[in-house]
Design a binder for this molecule. Structure first.
Ligand SMILES: [Zn+2]
Length: 287
């Protein structure tokens, strides 16, 4: 990176003109028990002692990536955005800056973004596609989620409507369906989306390959350091067995090929790598 400022939380040169920057688009609070799923509290209590609040909620960062390649710029994830109601904001203790000012502060103009790839369409990943007034926050950008994710996000299923903000998604539906991906797809040379399912029907990971180094973002399959255990998945995962299988497959590749991993919601040490630990895996933070 030629310049660094406080809005860039981490950055790296991947070689061949590709570089990547971590931009945190604010933070919010989420129920600890829901995040740890079926894992008994006695096993995770010690890991969260410093951050759990009086309502038993954890601090979740909204980690986004700005990828620069010789062929263009890709934004990975958009966070909650600026259109959430005052009530929703207070309920989730959401604090900005949202992605647009965060990116601008980091030196990236919104109209320089060529594509947005979101892991899935839950409100805390797709909320920043629109500005407060309903206009497109990134006017030139294609908007890439899996087509299967769009299908389930707009379906009438009472379990799912809490995670998907359907009125908001309808506003960007046409834009999203125009550029939706069907399976694995290279959205710019070196930047590939990989369907994983599990957390949501059309959940996808993003792989950024430079000449010298690969960075992988596994979305909410890998949100915090403890997510390195394939069996530790959230209660929000709609297809838990699929999550476990997808994690084992991805983590094996990540460990074999030495990928750098960025966690989706880790506030403090979100960048690291996955290493094998007997029949399991562990997340080792790099920064
Ligand atoms: Zn999430």
């Amino acid at each position: 990176m030629t310049t660094m400022n406080d809005a860039v939380h981490w950055s790296a040169e991947l070689g061949g003109g590709t570089r990547i920057a971590l931009i945190q688009a604010g933070r919010f609070r989420s129920d600890a028990g829901a995040l740890l799923g079926v894992v008994p509290r006695i096993m995770w209590n010690g890991l969260v002692a410093g951050e759990i609040d009086e309502d038993h909620r954890l601090l979740q960062a909204l980690n986004c990536l700005l990828v620069e390649t010789p062929a263009g710029r890709v934004l990975v994830e958009t966070g909650i955005g600026d259109r959430i109601s005052a009530k929703g904001r207070a309920m989730r203790r959401y604090e900005g800056p949202w992605i647009l000012p965060a990116l601008e502060a980091a030196g990236f103009a919104p109209d320089s973004v060529d594509a947005i790839a979101v892991s899935h369409l839950h409100y805390d990943h797709a909320g920043g596609v629109l500005s407060a007034d309903g206009s497109r926050a990134f006017p030139r950008a294609r908007f890439i989620a899996q087509r299967s994710e769009w299908e389930i996000a707009l379906a009438e299923n009472p379990r799912l409507v809490a995670s998907y903000d359907q009125p908001e998604l309808r506003l960007v539906r046409d834009l999203g369906l125009e550029s939706a991906s069907d399976g694995e797809a290279e959205i710019l040379p070196g930047v590939t989306v990989i369907p994983t399912g599990g957390h949501s029907a059309g959940h996808q990971g993003v792989l950024v390959r430079g000449r010298d180094r690969t960075v992988a973002f596994f979305g909410d399959l890998c949100m915090r350091p403890w997510s390195a255990n394939p069996k530790w998945i959230t209660a929000f995962d709609d297809f838990p067995l699929e999550s476990v299988a997808a994690k084992v497959a991805l983590f094996n590749r990540a460990a074999d090929e030495g990928w750098t991993i960025v966690l989706s919601h880790e506030p403090v040490h979100p960048v690291g790598r996955i290493v094998r630990d007997r029949d399991r895996f562990e997340f080792e933070a790099l920064v």
